[in-house]
Design a protein around this ligand. Structure first.
Ligand code: 5GP
Ligand code: SF4
Ligand code: MG
Length: 461
């Protein structure tokens, strides 16, 4: 699932820093947030539905003592929208307390869960993440935490960047393909782990390096120790983090997101030039590519679409009715900029097509003479099984309509998508280290044999 992770080890302000880190990662999930801290003797947890700033205040943070903490912001793909699915999860097992926070999607979770249930396991949530905890607790007595985690992780497939906290240790792990990002930083004598570097910047931590695909990093009293217990495979970083998901000021997968995103726009202008008067970015996700497009094409960049910043990302709303309503309250067109003009409208992606269609209607109503839509990613034709919340194939407009049909649907003069080759050029030199499955249907890890529809097993309350 789309999520953000943040953790601190060895700093007296662990929970406060985690709060700030999560604040910088809010774009990765707005449904729920949680922090678990440790003071060496016990674990302390607070999590709620809603936004980081609404959930935590000084009173709450005071109840999260200790020098280590992990935090999580969530938007659901696996498991329904419910507090019991909010992370981190905290459990007691034979050796004490353990908390876990996970970004990604386990493709064999349904299978593992059914096995575990047959053996008597009782699950508290509908989350794939909980499977890891059961596997972790089941491992034979006497093993060190890190070995338990490794034993558990060697049974799961799919994507995970995860943080695990016990009374005395923090462990960060990234799946062998490295689908989701995870970075390591340092603040004074403490260590910080985060989904993205933008959160390190906020708290003034130094970026050390990215946690590597397949790495299990143990932070304990003896300092950091890295393990590479899994067979090495070619990395498959999620290219969609560059297209849409990560914050442009973050450095992940060896690049600054803004630079890649801007280059997507440069490439897009080369592939699909337009006879037009101006370039309009679609706020906010279309901005960097629009800058690249305008620069490359020589057309002026104009802020003809204005966003109300006090509305969350519409796409993040789980309910359809709210999503549609959200589009109308989020963006507005500036008539004086657009009227009578031939406009290139740049956006990062089209998923269902509903948001873009409404935007086009708005721009037409503001008097645009021509509209040329340019999308800085290839058509999305396949769902993601590795942690980005794309809908099923039936709902993906490009899986069902040709580009010409989509142009008609949008009622615009032209429509151009970035090519897959063009996308790869923007990460040239290591283009084979990325996953492109939502654009190709070519999955690096087999999709789940069945979707983990665990709601069938658990009655929602
Ligand atoms: P659509 O027109 O397909 O309804 O929505 C397209 C818009 O959704 C684009 O502006 C894009 O920025 C945004 N978008 C694309 N992928 C995602 C995603 O995975 N999550 C969220 N929240 N928004 C997305
Ligand atoms: Fe990312 Fe697409 Fe691969 Fe999912 S399928 S990991 S969204 S590139
Ligand atoms: Mg957008």
């Amino acid at each position: 699932m789309d999520c953000g992770l943040f953790g601190v080890y060895g700093h007296p302000e662990a929970a406060n820093l985690t709060y700030l880190g999560l604040y910088a990662l809010q774009h990765r999930g707005q449904e729920s947030a949680g922090i678990v801290s440790s003071d060496g003797k016990g674990l302390y947890c607070h999590k709620e539905m809603g936004l980081v700033a609404e959930i935590f205040d000084q009173e709450v943070l005071k109840r999260l003592p200790g020098s280590s903490a992990i935090g999580h912001v969530r938007y659901s793909t696996t498991g329904s929208s419910h507090l019991k699915n909010a992370q981190p999860f905290v459990f007691d097992y034979s050796r004490g307390g353990v908390a876990i926070a996970h970004n990604g999607n386990l493709t064999n979770a349904g299978l593992l869960r059914r096995q575990l249930e047959r053996e008597g396991a009782i699950f508290q949530s509908t989350m794939d993440t909980e499977v890891i905890i059961h596997l972790f607790a089941r491992v034979s007595e006497g093993l060190h935490t890190v070995d338990r985690l490794i034993a558990a992780l060697s049974e799961v497939e799919g994507s995970y960047s995860l943080l695990l906290l016990t009374e005395k240790e923090l462990i960060a792990a990234r799946d062998p393909y490295g689908f989701r990002p995870l970075v390591l930083g340092k603040l004074k004598k403490g260590y910080v782990v985060s989904s993205e570097t933008c959160a390190l910047d906020l708290i003034g931590a130094d970026f050390i390096r990215e946690i590597e695909p397949g790495e299990v990093l143990l932070l304990s009293g003896d300092g950091p120790h890295s393990f590479f217990p899994f067979p090495r495979v070619k990395p498959k970083f999620c290219i969609f983090e560059f297209i849409y998901f990560a914050r442009p000021d973050s450095f992940i997968f060896g690049h600054t997101v803004y630079q890649v995103r801007r280059q997507l726009g440069v490439q897009l202008a080369e592939e699909h030039p337009a006879e037009a008067d101006l370039v309009l970015p679609t706020p906010d996700s279309g901005f960097p590519a629009a800058v690249g497009f305008a620069h490359s094409s020589g057309l002026p960049l104009e802020l003809g679409i204005i966003r109300n910043h006090y509305v969350g990302r519409t796409f993040i709303e789980p309910r359809d009715s709210i999503r549609h309503f959200g589009v109308r309250i989020k963006l507005n067109a500036v008539r004086e900029v657009i009227e009578g003009k031939r406009a290139v409208v740049v956006d990062d992606s089209i998923v269902r097509g509903t948001t873009v269609k409404k935007n086009m209607h708005m721009i037409r109503s503001a008097g645009a003479r021509e509209i040329h839509v340019r999308i800085s990613s290839p058509p999305i034709i396949s769902p993601c099984f590795y942690g980005i919340d794309t809908p099923t194939k039936e709902e993906l407009i490009a899986a069902n309509l040709s580009i010409e049909e989509i142009r008609e649907f949008l009622q615009v003069n032209s429509l151009g998508y970035l090519s897959l080759e063009g996308l790869k050029k923007c990460v040239a030199g290591h283009e084979d280290k990325f996953c492109y499955a939502c654009f190709t249907g070519d999955y690096p890890v087999s999709p789940p044999a069945e979707r983990m529809q665990l709601e069938f097993f658990i009655k929602e309350v």
